[in-house]
Design a protein around this ligand. Sequence first.
Ligand SMILES: *[C@@H]1O[C@H](CO)[C@@H](O)[C@H](O)[C@H]1NC(C)=O
Ligand SMILES: *[C@@H]1O[C@H](CO)[C@@H](O)[C@H](O)[C@H]1NC(C)=O
Ligand SMILES: *[C@@H]1O[C@H](CO)[C@@H](O)[C@H](O)[C@H]1NC(C)=O
Ligand SMILES: *[C@@H]1O[C@H](CO)[C@@H](O)[C@H](O)[C@H]1NC(C)=O
Ligand SMILES: *[C@@H]1O[C@H](CO)[C@@H](O)[C@H](O)[C@H]1NC(C)=O
Ligand SMILES: *[C@@H]1O[C@H](CO)[C@@H](O)[C@H](O)[C@H]1NC(C)=O
Ligand SMILES: *[C@@H]1O[C@H](CO)[C@@H](O)[C@H](O)[C@H]1NC(C)=O
Length: 455
Amino acid sequence: MGGIKTLVFLHLVYISTCMEQLDIIYEWKQLDFQFNTPEARQQAIDSGTFIPENNMPMGLEIHGDRLFITVPRWRAGVPASLTFVNLKDNSTKSPKLIPYPSWASHSLGSDGKPEIVSPFRIRADKCNRLWVLDNGKIGNLEGNATKFPPSIIIYDLKTDMLLRKYTFPEDQVKEDSGFANIAVEDTDCDKTYAYAGDLGKPAIVVYSWEKNESWRIEHHFFHPDPLACDFSVKGHNFSWTDAIFGLGLSAPNADNFSTLYFHPMASYNEFAVSTEYLRNQSIADENFNAFRLLGSRGPNAQSSASFVDPRTGVLFYSLVNLNAVACWRTTNKEYSMKNQGRIYMDDVKMIYPTDIKVDYDENLWVLSNRMPIWMYSKLDPNDFNFRVFSAPVLQAISHTACDVTPRHDILEKFANKIKNVTQKIANKINPSSAVCASSFSFISVLLLSSFILFM
Ligand SMILES: *[C@@H]1O[C@H](CO)[C@@H](O)[C@H](O)[C@H]1NC(C)=O
Ligand SMILES: *[C@@H]1O[C@H](CO)[C@@H](O)[C@H](O)[C@H]1NC(C)=O
Ligand SMILES: *[C@@H]1O[C@H](CO)[C@@H](O)[C@H](O)[C@H]1NC(C)=O
Ligand SMILES: *[C@@H]1O[C@H](CO)[C@@H](O)[C@H](O)[C@H]1NC(C)=O
Ligand SMILES: *[C@@H]1O[C@H](CO)[C@@H](O)[C@H](O)[C@H]1NC(C)=O
Ligand SMILES: *[C@@H]1O[C@H](CO)[C@@H](O)[C@H](O)[C@H]1NC(C)=O
Ligand SMILES: *[C@@H]1O[C@H](CO)[C@@H](O)[C@H](O)[C@H]1NC(C)=O
C-alpha cells in the first residue's frame, strides 16, 4: 500500500517537473532583417521602410533546412513579409530574417504593390511547393488600409521560382473578407486542393491546382459564436468576432478524401467535414449535414491556429486565453475537455501561440508572438517577445491524453520512468549529474525524503 502511494507520488512529482514538453529554438526581442549592407539597413530605417517595432512574426513553416516566417504588413515599416532563417546556422538564437524568395519580391512596384503583399500563414506541401496565402492588405491596423485582391502564391522550394500566382476572383472576396489560414491537401501532387479560411465573411475558398480555379463555400459552422467573442490575454480584454480560423487536414481516409478539422476563432467548438464535400460547390450546398460538430474544448478555450499530424493523427491547437498549446487524438470518439492533452502552458513564454506545424521529420513547431499586447499596448523591446518552440511529436505528446504509445509500452515506460526518477532523486541528493528536472526543486526532494522516511 505504502509502495503504491510512493509510486503515485513519484509520478506526480515527475509530471509536475516535466510539464514543458517543448524546447525554445529561437527567441527575439525585436525582429531584424538581413539587409544587403549595413548602409541599406540604416537607409531603410531612416526612410521608414523598416520600423522594427511594427514587425510581428505571424506564421511559420519548416522545409528542409529552412524555417519560414511571415511578417504581415499590418503597420507601416515591414521591409519583407515572407522570410526564412537557416536552421543549420546555430550561431545565434535570434537570427536575422532573410527575405524569401528575394528582396525584389518585397519591394514596391510602380503600383505600390510588392509581389507578396501580406501573408499570415503558409504551407509547404509534400511536393516541394510553398503555398503562400496573401491577405492583400497593407496598413489595416493604422486605419489607412490599402487593399489588393487576396491571392495564393506558389513557389517551387527546390528552385525558389514562382510557379503560379492565383488571384481570387472578385465575387469570392467580400467587403469584410480576411484570409489568414490555409490548409493544403496534397495527397496527389497534380490534383492538390487548397482550403483558405475567410475569417471576416465566414467561408472557405477552395482552390484546385489542376483546374486553376476556386469556389466559395459557406456554412453556419464557419460563423463566430456570439458567446465566445470575449478574450483576455495578459490583462488585455478585447472582443474579436473572427470566423473560421484553425484548419487541420487529416491524412487521407479509406475513400482517399481527408477530414478537415476546423473552428472559428470566436468559438469553443471544434467541427469536421470530409473534403469530399468541399471539392465541389454544389455537393457542399446539397449536404449541409456532412459538416459535423465534434464537441467543445470548454469555457475560455478559444483557439487560433491548428494542425493535424498526419502520422499520429493528433490534432494540435493553441488556447489563446490560456497561453497554452493542447492536443486531441482524432481517433477519439469524443471531443471533450477530459480527452484533451496539454503540451505546453506558460504565462510568459507562450503568450499568444499563433502558429503550429509538424514538419516532415515528425517534429512539432510552435510560434508565440504576444500579439494582443502588440495590438492594444506596446511590447517591451528589452524582453523576449517572440519564440519558436519545437520537439519531436512523440516527445511532445508523451504522458498526455494524446500519447499514442500502445498500452503495454506505457506500463513499461512507467516502470522505466519510476526507475529514472528514483535515479534523479539519488542524483539530486548526491549531485553529480544534471537531468531533465531542472525545475525539480530541492524542497520537493526534501519533502519526498521525509515522505519516504515516514513510511
Ligand atoms: C550546432 O551546434 C552544435 C554544437 O552546439 C554542433 O555540434 C552542431 O554541429 C551544430 N549544427 C550545425 C548544423 O552546424
Ligand atoms: C498610415 O498611417 C501610419 C500612421 O498613422 C503612417 O505611419 C503611414 O505612413 C500611413 N501609410 C500610408 C500608406 O499612408
Ligand atoms: C491561373 O489563373 C490565373 C488567374 O488568376 C491566371 O492569371 C494564371 O495564368 C493561371 N495559371 C495557369 C497555370 O493556368
Ligand atoms: C478582464 O477579464 C477578466 C476575465 O475575463 C476579468 O477578471 C478582469 O477583471 C477583466 N479586466 C478588466 C480590466 O476589465
Ligand atoms: C485511393 O487511391 C489509391 C491510389 O491512387 C487507389 O489505388 C485506390 O483505389 C483509391 N481508393 C478509392 C476508394 O478510391
Ligand atoms: C459537382 O457535382 C455535381 C453533382 O452534384 C456534378 O453535376 C458536377 O459536374 C460536379 N462539378 C464538378 C466541377 O465536378
Ligand atoms: C530512462 O533513462 C534511460 C537512460 O537514461 C532512457 O533511455 C529512457 O528513455 C528513460 N525513460 C524514460 C521513460 O524517461
